[in-house]
Ligand binder design. Structure first.
Ligand code: 5GP
Length: 126
């Protein structure tokens, strides 16, 4: 159940279907808590999406409702993926869009992991 009056989780969203293996993805990593795959429209040389395995629409309900094990497992997976890709020394960016103002398009919580070049300002000013 989502929080704060948000719509219920839609188990037909594209990332739910990727999780179930109904549509393909270029998988980077998977464990008990997370699945990571390349973004279909990369915005940096490395652009990976990391999603939790549970049915969370966004950061709002993941942060409010996921268990400590789910949250810890997910965050550790994000860090491990960046480490395995040798992004720690050059640096990288993680980002989660939430809701309309956040520009979230897919209603399954996900973290974008960007790297492979200097990424510039956090939010473009133009
Ligand atoms: P959001 O705007 O929700 O934070 O980001 C959704 C991301 O999902 C976008 O960067 C978009 O390119 C990516 N995306 C949308 N559909 C697919 C898909 O079918 N496969 C993959 N790998 N990425 C997708």
């Amino acid at each position: 159940m989502p929080v704060t009056g948000l719509p219920p989780y839609d188990d037909q969203n594209i990332f739910a279907r990727i999780l179930r293996g109904e549509i393909p993805s270029k998988k980077v990593y998977e464990d008990d808590w997370a699945l990571a795959f390349h973004d279909i429209a990369p915005q940096a040389p490395i652009h990976i999406l990391v999603i939790p395995k549970g049915p969370y629409c966004s950061f709002a309900d993941f942060s409010a409702l996921a268990s400590p094990d789910e949250i810890a497992g997910f965050m550790r997976a994000v860090g491990k993926i960046a480490r395995d890709l040798e992004l720690e020394a050059p640096g990288y960016r993680i980002l989660a869009n939430m809701g309309q103002h956040g520009g979230q398009e897919v209603p399954h919580f996900h973290v974008h992991l960007f790297g492979g070049r200097p990424l510039g300002r956090m939010i473009p000013t133009a």
